[in-house]
Design a protein around this ligand. Structure first.
Ligand code: CO
Length: 264
């Protein structure tokens, strides 16, 4: 899909440090504080724990090096600096090698509420805390392997599994529904929206149903799929996905719960 070329990823220095500016750090601080207010009691506790394990603070954008020294000891994952736009095949290949691609730029004032390109706030704040969770991390790795071996057509369907878990997943907890998807946890509006008592719809995670569910990336999601436990992520990828993808294609997509995107 076309993306603006407004942002460029910073090149890490020779020692791996990413030269963020003071404006970048203060944007992080604003986004961080705003988000911490809304995720309390809404994010799944494993996410909050992960944030503590990685030592995130409002003061500065965490450096990849600092995250990596902690993550490698916990789940063996690494965050890798990449350009703002990378080919899908490279994205999946990195995941399959336990490398989480993160472009090194942060949104500006104008895009404070919504940015289509995943910036460092989305990647690091949204996803890295749960890379400390073994099931989440293993799911990413296995997903990357599977996507790398799929055709472009299969990948389009397969990617829905990633979308409705890693990006927009909810999890059932004894205390109620909680959020683990990074696309939700990096957006204040979506964090509040996702847990509202319908609409949006909350459906149990069923692999075939997920594979048949179209989505739009530029709206609040009308539907979230709910897992019971992080271990459910293992069972998703243990299924015979090539047959399920074929079945999903044969049965066709569910009617979208959203209006078609206006052509610009
Ligand atoms: Co993401």
């Amino acid at each position: 899909m076309p993306k603006s070329d407004k942002y460029e990823s910073l090149e890490p220095l020779a020692d791996g440090t990413i030269p963020y500016s003071s404006t970048d750090h203060s944007m992080w601080e604003r986004l961080y504080r705003r988000q911490m207010e809304v995720i309390d009691g809404r994010a799944t506790p494993e996410y909050i724990q992960g944030m503590e394990l990685l030592g995130f603070t409002a003061n500065e954008i965490p450096q990849h090096n600092a995250i990596n020294s902690k993550l490698s000891a916990i789940t063996g994952w690494q965050v890798e600096a990449v350009p703002a736009i990378i080919p899908a095949t490279e994205f999946f290949s990195l995941l399959s090698r336990k490398r989480f691609p993160a472009a090194c730029f942060i949104r500006d004032e104008q895009d404070m509420d919504y940015i289509q390109e995943p910036d460092i706030f989305h990647e690091v704040f949204g996803h890295c805390p749960l890379l400390t969770n073994q099931a989440y991390a293993d799911f990413m790795e296995q997903f990357g392997k599977m996507a790398s071996e799929s055709t472009a057509q299969e990948r389009k369907i397969l990617f829905r599994l990633f979308w409705f878990t890693i990006e927009f997943g909810l999890i059932k907890r004894p205390e109620g529904l909680r959020i683990y998807g990074g696309g939700i946890l990096s957006s204040p509006e979506e964090t509040l929206h996702a847990l509202k008592a319908g609409p949006p719809k909350h459906e149990p995670f069923d692999v075939l149903n997920v594979l048949r569910t179209p989505f739009r990336i530029d709206i609040l999601q009308p539907l979230y799929y709910v897992i019971d436990d992080f271990d459910d992520l293992y069972t998703i990828l243990e299924k015979d996905l090539p047959s399920l993808i074929a079945k999903a294609e044969e049965m066709g997509d569910f009617s979208p719960l959203f209006p078609p995107k206006k052509k610009s």
